[in-house]
Design a protein around this ligand. Structure first.
Ligand code: GTP
Ligand code: MG
Length: 506
């Protein structure tokens, strides 16, 4: 049995980046001819694409687990790892993308929109790319990072210009079929239609879409039947067409009370605050099944009452096609008018969902109290990615990480926050990377040169000029010279003796 599909949770797992390669070029007479390890390739992003050809989310309901390809590892001889191919998921126009907690992250209301829902991991640099004048032959490479992994919810609110509303079996699906090329299933029992049939209608120059909202019943707005799910589809339409069954044999029903029941349901349905309440949208009435003689009589009878209430009324037959032409042109007029108004307050579509880690600037350091003293937690996409890229079995790679952190000012900020050598520092949320902090050599040296109790890094303006650097260097050298001289004086004074072994070495 067909199920009513309009909300689907996708479990996404974007490909990881390939690891960089450590390799050294070897030539016949030059066995160590420089690093030539290539970079790992990036993984493939997972992208949603709003495709007018697609009308349901059914295929995702069947297979919600989606993985995009990984990037390949770098190789020797400067060969780059292959790039994982982007995975494009076509979704119907009108799909709303939400976080698992229900927050809207993208509204794909325009055809051709691309939304990167799950950015892939980055490939790691190979040792060739990591080489610099300072580090001529790096013995390490960066690891590829993980791609986004998590859930998103897709919610389809059918984006039809006109919604056909009415009791079950009023002939809505038949009318969609008669007005357009769509061939929906039609049957004579309630709730035949389990997801809306979309049809495209061409009326003169104007082309618009209609959708038959599955039959409404009394109490639908309170969730009776599949009421709320059904009414959700009406939310975005420009105009409503009431399809009223004039040939019903149910003794408790007649066109006027049928209309009142449907109006009451529509009135009770809470639309989002940024949208026009359903009953304030333009509405037409189609009295259907006038090919049946009794129905024709009934339609003629109720028509004046409806017109008196201000409605434009069309007597039609989805079977004989009577009255359909006039109806389709009247609907086209409403749609045209609605489009003009919508264009006046055009919304710019969202394209990028989750900012790529690369573009993420900055980080914060949070000081957390612990029983064994403070814990300093560094939170930020960049430092966290750097940790992910580090091969902790490789000392050189760890050193490179320390350099990157120091260069980004993480070390300085740790000082400012009160961290001292030996403090526990964690990078990332949760367990993250935990380490005992050792300030790097430069920082220690800089600390030594400052007057006791001060720290250069506490000065806000810590971008030093070259001259200042040079002066500092000389200061440092002077300080060391002084220290050495003092040692000599102490030795000469007989305060200590040179150990033979060490003396030999120097
Ligand atoms: N004689 C006649 N029968 C019609 C006409 N339109 C629809 N019907 C019949 O009415 C029954 C219900 O039609 P559907 O189009 O499935 O009705 P619906 O409004 O889509 O019903 P739900 O999807 O259940 O809400 C079918 O048996 C149709 O053949 C019409 O103009 N004349
Ligand atoms: Mg139907």
């Amino acid at each position: 049995m067909a199920t009513f599909v309009d909300i689907v949770t996708l479990h996404l797992k974007a490909g990881h980046g390939g690891n960089g390669c450590v390799s050294v070029k070897r030539e016949k007479f030059k066995p160590l001819a420089g690093p030539d390890g290539g970079n790992g390739g990036d993984g493939g992003d997972i992208v949603l694409f709003s495709d007018p050809q697609v009308t349901t989310l059914l295929s995702y309901h069947r297979s919600p687990h989606i993985n995009s390809p990984h990037g390949g590892p770098g190789m020797g001889d400067h060969r780059q790892g292959f790039k994982g191919e982007e995975l494009v998921l076509s979704v119907p126009v009108g799909t709303v993308v939400k976080d698992p907690d229900g927050t809207v992250i993208a509204d794909m209301n325009v055809p051709g929109m691309r939304v990167v829902v799950a950015p892939a991991g980055q490939g790691g640099l190979g040792n060739a790319a990591l080489a610099s004048t300072k580090r001529k032959a790096p013995g390490f490479a960066l690891l590829g990072t993980k791609g986004f992994e998590g859930d998103v919810m897709l919610e389809l609110k059918t984006l039809a210009d006109v919604a056909l509303v009415g009791y079950p079996s009023a002939g809505k699906s038949s009318l969609v079929a008669a007005l357009s090329a769509a061939r929906p299933k039609i049957a004579d029992y309630p709730f035949t239609t389990l997801h809306p049939n979309l049809g495209v209608v061409q009326a003169g120059e104007v082309r618009y879409t209609i959708a038959d909202v599955p039959g409404l019943i009394e109490g639908a707005s309170e969730g009776k039947g599949l009421g709320l799910e059904f009414l959700r589809h009406v939310e975005r339409c420009t105009a409503l067409l009431h399809v009223i069954d004039c040939a019903t044999l149910d003794p408790g029903r007649d066109p006027l009370s049928d209309l009142d029941v449907i109006l009451a349901e529509l009135a009770a349905y809470p639309v989002p605050s940024d949208q026009v309440p359903l009953l304030e949208r333009p509405q037409l009435i189609a009295l259907n099944k006038v090919d049946v003689p009794d129905a024709k009589d009934l339609a003629d009878m109720v028509r004046p009452y409806l017109e008196e209430r201000g409605y434009r009324v069309f007597e039609i037959s989805a079977v004989s096609h009577e009255g359909l032409r006039q109806l389709s042109f009247a609907l086209a007029e409403l749609v045209e008018q609605g489009r003009k108004e919508a264009l006046a307050n055009e919304v710019v579509p969202v394209i990028m969902l989750r900012p790529r880690a690369v573009d993420d600037q900055g980080y914060i350091i949070r000081v957390e109290g612990g029983s064994g003293g403070n814990i300093y937690r560094v939170i930020g996409a960049k430092p966290e990615r750097w940790v992910e890229q580090t091969d902790f079995n490789n000392e050189e790679a760890v050193g490179y990480l320390a350099d990157r952190l120091a260069k980004a000012g993480v070390e300085d900020m740790l000082f400012k926050k009160g961290a001292v050598a030996g403090s526990t520092v964690i990078i990332g949320e949760g367990n993250g990377l935990v380490f005992d902090w050792e300030p790097t050599m430069t920082s220690a040296a800089e600390l030594m040169t400052g007057p006791r109790g001060t720290d250069d890094r506490l000065n806000q303006n810590n971008r030093r000029t070259n001259k200042e650097r040079r002066d500092e260097y000389y200061d440092l050298m002077d300080a060391k010279q002084e220290a050495r001289e003092e040692l000599v004086r102490e030795r000469d004074a007989g305060l200590w003796q040179v150990d033979d072994e060490i003396a030999d070495e120097s």
